[in-house]
Design a protein around this ligand. Structure first.
Ligand code: ADP
Ligand code: MG
Length: 382
């Protein structure tokens, strides 16, 4: 992959640039907890965006997208967001860096990668992160990784129109081989937790569906969580988010909230605890217990939070029934996308066959199979 990018750089601009990579990510557990200021557990993966880049003339930025076979040029000080969606991620990073005082120069860059688009692996964060990391290094702008993650997040907000949290950029920049990141979405403190599933593999099965409910229901869930917080806050001081709420508080004030609000809140509070329990299991090297937390997470997402769909439930249930799958759950916002599975290496092929065949029979389409390995975050390649 990186060889290809280097060759394309030579073809388009002549000679060589520096080479950088920044990966996509998975989230092992902790779903719908981020906007409730709770915990998530992402890890960087072995699929990345690669960028070859070299300082250019004056303030002109020339970029070639290998995967779209398209070139875009803009001036460092341009105001107009480019037409092409992919170019907005890089344009946004340039603007956000300059806004924070960076003195950049023009550059020539070629990029491309193997993070599946729109599958919930955050190819967009990989792109922002590689651009931010590369420009920071090339022009010695002096930002630390945390600042680079914020630059990526603000690029999504201001130049793409996606009001995302910081988890994806954080994972792409801070990821490490054999480690996952326990991120506290309230303080943004993080801790690396060992993830060395020797004899196990991490497997994603992409349902290949995206139900249109996703964004409207997302807003409804946010409101329901706020409603629950408001009820508890009437009785308990210092409660500003579900992060401050315990299961005891929820049952104490249950009669003051609707049944559905109670269930939503019960899921979030339990899910935060599951992330902590899952991290304890990883510290002990107990992958069986870790897997049980994943199954419980899926049950909550499907039954209490109601953000699953028949396709995700089908694949999670197949995983639960199959000997050798330690844990599985839907990953991401829901109503489509992937399940993430931790599975014994020896059971991998048989499970993929069984799950794919039965899914195809039931839904008339084969799931996309994506194997991932937890890997290093943003870096310069030699
Ligand atoms: P994801 O869940 O993968 O982040 P998004 O819709 O947020 O999905 O981001 C996908 C967008 O990111 C693409 O439409 C494209 O603009 C950009 N992108 C991601 N990967 C690449 C790539 N390899 N080459 C060019 N653009 C890319
Ligand atoms: Mg994205």
């Amino acid at each position: 992959m990186n060889k290809q990018i280097e060759n394309l750089f030579d073809r388009h601009f002549g000679g060589f640039g520096r080479l950088y990579a920044s990966p996509g990510r998975v989230n092992l557990i902790g779903e719908h907890t981020d906007y409730n200021l709770g915990f998530v557990l992402p890890g960087a993966i072995d699929k990345a965006i690669y960028m070859a880049i070299r300082p250019g003339a004056g303030s002109l930025c020339r970029i070639y997208s290998a995967d779209y076979d398209e070139a875009v040029e803009f001036d460092l000080h341009a105001i107009q967001n480019p037409e092409q969606q992919w170019a907005r991620y890089i344009f946004g990073v340039v603007q956000e860096m300059q806004k924070r005082g960076a003195v950049l120069g023009g550059f020539d860059a070629v990029f491309g990668g193997d993070v599946p688009l729109g599958a919930g692996l955050s190819s967009s964060a990989a792109l922002e992160s590689v651009a931010a990391f590369a420009l920071n290094d090339l022009f010695e702008a002096g930002f630390d990784r945390r600042a680079l993650a914020e630059i990526g997040q603000m690029t999504e907000h201001h130049y793409v129109g996606v009001r995302c949290g910081i988890m994806d950029q954080f994972a792409s920049l801070f990821g490490e081989r054999e480690k996952v990141i326990q991120l506290d979405c309230r303080s943004l403190e993080y801790r690396l937790v060992p993830f060395r599933p020797v004899g196990y593999r991490v497997l994603l099965l992409d349902t290949q569906v995206k139900h249109s409910l996703a964004s409207s229901e997302y807003n409804v869930r946010r409101e329901q969580c706020e409603e629950g917080v408001a009820v508890v806050a009437r009785h308990e001081s210092g409660v500003v988010s579900l992060r401050d709420v315990t299961l005891e508080m929820l049952s104490a004030y249950k009669q003051d909230m609707s049944e559905v609000v109670y269930r939503r809140c019960h899921f979030v509070v339990s899910e935060n605890q599951r992330v902590l329990d899952a991290c304890d299991a990883l510290e002990r090297g107990d992958y069986a217990d870790f897997g049980q937390q994943m199954f419980a997470s899926h049950r909550g997402l499907s039954g209490e939070y109601e953000v699953s769909c028949p396709e995700l439930d089908f694949l999670a249930e197949k995983a639960r029934e199959f000997d050798g799958v330690l844990g599985a759950r839907m990953m991401g916002g829901g109503f489509g996308g992937c399940t993430i599975n931790v599975i014994e290496a020896s059971a991998h092929d048989a499970f993929v066959r069984e799950a794919s065949d039965s899914y195809q029979k039931r839904f008339g389409i084969a799931p996309r199979v994506i194997d991932v390995v937890i890997s290093d975050g943003a870096r310069r390649l030699k």
